[in-house]
Design a protein around this ligand. Sequence first.
Ligand SMILES: NC(=O)c1ccc[n+]([C@@H]2O[C@H](COP(=O)([O-])OP(=O)(O)OC[C@H]3O[C@@H](n4cnc5c(N)ncnc54)[C@H](OP(=O)(O)O)[C@@H]3O)[C@@H](O)[C@H]2O)c1
Length: 281
Amino acid sequence: MGIEINLKGRRIVVVGASSGVGRSTALAVAARGGEIAVVGRRAQQLEEVVAAAGGGVAIPADLRDEDACARVVTAATDALGSVDAVLFPVGISPLQMMTRLTAATWSTAFATNVTGPALVTAAAIRARREPGLFLYVSSANVAQPAHGMGAYGASKAALDHSLRTWRLEHPEHRFLRLTIGATMPTEIANDFDHTVLGEVLPKWASNGLVTAEYMHVDDVGVAIAETVAFAFAHPAIAVDDVTLNPASAPVDATTLATMGELATAGDYDDHIDPVTGNFKL
Ligand SMILES: NC(=O)c1ccc[n+]([C@@H]2O[C@H](COP(=O)([O-])OP(=O)(O)OC[C@H]3O[C@@H](n4cnc5c(N)ncnc54)[C@H](OP(=O)(O)O)[C@@H]3O)[C@@H](O)[C@H]2O)c1
């Protein structure tokens, strides 16, 4: 799977590497010779990623904590010698309609998805004189709002805006926006309230947001490692925007309505293939 790349000697921090896209990206980077530092709140999962990668350093940190964001860069620099790239496949995705979103949910979404990445970036830029590469994982949700995804989409739009400001203020570095569509299996939807899911799934049909098949998380991890290698191979080119979407048609409206009914009944997870993450009847 994938194309031949070599990340030997590249020191790469993956923020949000304890599960999902970040975990797969860290493993793909390490398998192609990169030296990794992996960041997330769950120390044990990070240690498991390091063990599976056959090397690297685990840096447990909560991005909602300003001091922890600075410590990520210090710890990664101490362990790797320097940092060539910081990747941010990090985030949370609250699922709730706008009238029911609490201040705490808005705050946590922005702290995790926007402020934390900005603080880690700031610390990395202060620590590094040579040009560096920063990659942020954005979402199709920025261009296409979806019911129940307001806080998430707003935070990703803010992340995109911060990225454009980073480019303006620090043209010596490169800031890559990687927009991804539905990718499974990951843990992003683990906390979804199934009543809300049942409510919004049929609505998502109207804008073709739910595809019949999702991208596999390991495939996406490899594609991100390849994107990073591509950017390293062309230091004079600002690789600004990359989009990865499932090569799949939208799911038909009847299936989507059934998904909604199953979610409302609490039976949705029974129809998710644990290997592919795809829905099956
Ligand atoms: N999966 C999709 O369909 C999809 C689609 C579009 C965009 N994305 C984006 O892809 C990225 C990865 O998502 P995923 O699907 O792989 O979800 P995931 O499996 O839930 O991974 C999210 C990662 O973020 C970390 N994280 C969350 N809160 C954190 C905090 N406060 N401090 C430090 N780390 C934190 C988690 O680690 P801990 O829990 O250990 O802290 C985990 O490693 C996110 O930016 C997401 O918005 C995903």
